[in-house]
Design a protein around this ligand. Structure first.
Ligand code: C2E
Ligand code: CA
Ligand code: CA
Ligand code: CA
Length: 277
């Protein structure tokens, strides 16, 4: 028995070593991900719950590693944040998204995109100038770019974050609190930030049609948010039943596989054509 335990402990350690090695490899290769053209963005629509019209697309990052294949963003974004390497990725993303918006514009489609920001981006003193420069350089208006930030990202350095966010809000960008309900901040705390929108985390939405507790939470979040003058988005809408409930509760915007999966940039215009006949 002692030897079996030893063996399983050994396997556990080897598993840990493998995981550790993978993480080190990924951290090492983050830099070449940016410089060697291994990153790309995909775009997931967000629709108006009542009219069904597309209001915006969320830009999500993808990394195709040359030997390890597809790396989920939850994995590499977290590693980039923890190893202090997120800024080059974010800067690459700002440019990719604004170039894409400009390209769609040349094709006759004036679209809006929401980007995800990390805590380190909010702590970047150059963030505001950088974003506004990209918009100007690509001939875009401020309302074509929205920002999604998590509760925890804002709370990490609330003073600096709220300074940048206020300036971006003044410039005309919309600010949305992502993964709402999973952090520790209260609506009262968020009210001090220039936030216009709450995005209810998908963990409350995925089983909305079968879990009474989720329905209660979602309903009261929508009510409270509305009474504070915020617009409410639900992410992770996977079926018609959930979409129906969300409409009934007065949710403003819907996003999820039921509407569309994240799309490659060059499928967006075609999807829009099929979606709004
Ligand atoms: P997020 O910002 O909360 O993005 C929503 C995630 O839910 C996305 O996963 C999206 O593909 C997925 N999703 C959308 N609809 C559904 C649905 O109906 N059902 C289910 N089960 N999932 C759905 P993804 O693309 O894997 O991104 C994961 C996370 O990685 C994002 O969560 C965000 O935190 C981070 N991320 C992605 N791109 C970027 C980026 O460019 N910058 C930063 N800082 N973070 C990013
Ligand atoms: Ca998001
Ligand atoms: Ca989210
Ligand atoms: Ca998330």
């Amino acid at each position: 028995a002692a030897s079996a335990r030893h063996q399983s402990h050994q396997r556990y350690l080897e598993g840990q070593d493998e995981e550790h090695l993978r993480q080190l490899t990924l951290i090492r290769d983050l830099q070449s991900a940016v410089t060697c053209d291994q990153l790309h963005m995909v775009y997931q629509p967000k629709i108006d719950a009542r009219s069904g019209e597309v209001v915006e697309f969320e830009a999500l990052m993808r990394w195709q590693h040359p030997s390890l294949g597809f790396i989920p963003p939850d994995e590499f974004i977290t590693l980039a944040e923890r190893s202090g390497n997120i800024r080059p990725l974010s800067r690459w993303m700002f440019n990719a998204v604004c170039s894409q918006l400009a390209a769609w514009q040349r094709q006759g489609q004036r679209l809006s995109v929401a980007i995800n920001l990390s805590a380190a981006d909010l702590g970047d003193a150059d963030l505001v100038a950088l974003l506004l420069n990209h918009l100007r350089h690509h001939g875009l208006q401020a309302d074509q770019l929205a920002l999604e930030i998590t509760e925890s990202a804002v709370m990490e350095d609330a003073t600096l974050a709220s300074h940048s966010l206020n300036r971006l809000r003044q410039a005309g960008l919309t600010i949305s609190v992502d993964d709402f309900g999973t952090g520790y901040s209260s609506l009262a705390q968020l009210k001090r930030l220039p936030v216009g929108e709450l995005k209810i985390d998908k963990s409350f939405i995925l089983q909305l049609d079968s879990e009474d507790d989720d329905a209660t939470i979602v309903r009261s979040t929508i009510e409270m948010g509305h009474s504070l003058g915020l617009r409410i988005v639900a992410e992770g809408v996977e079926n018609a039943a959930s979409a129906g409930l969300l409409k009934e509760y007065g949710c403003d915007f819907l996003q999820g596989y039921w509407i569309a999966r994240p799309l490659p940039a060059d499928s967006v215009i075609e999807w829009l054509g099929g979606n709004n006949p």
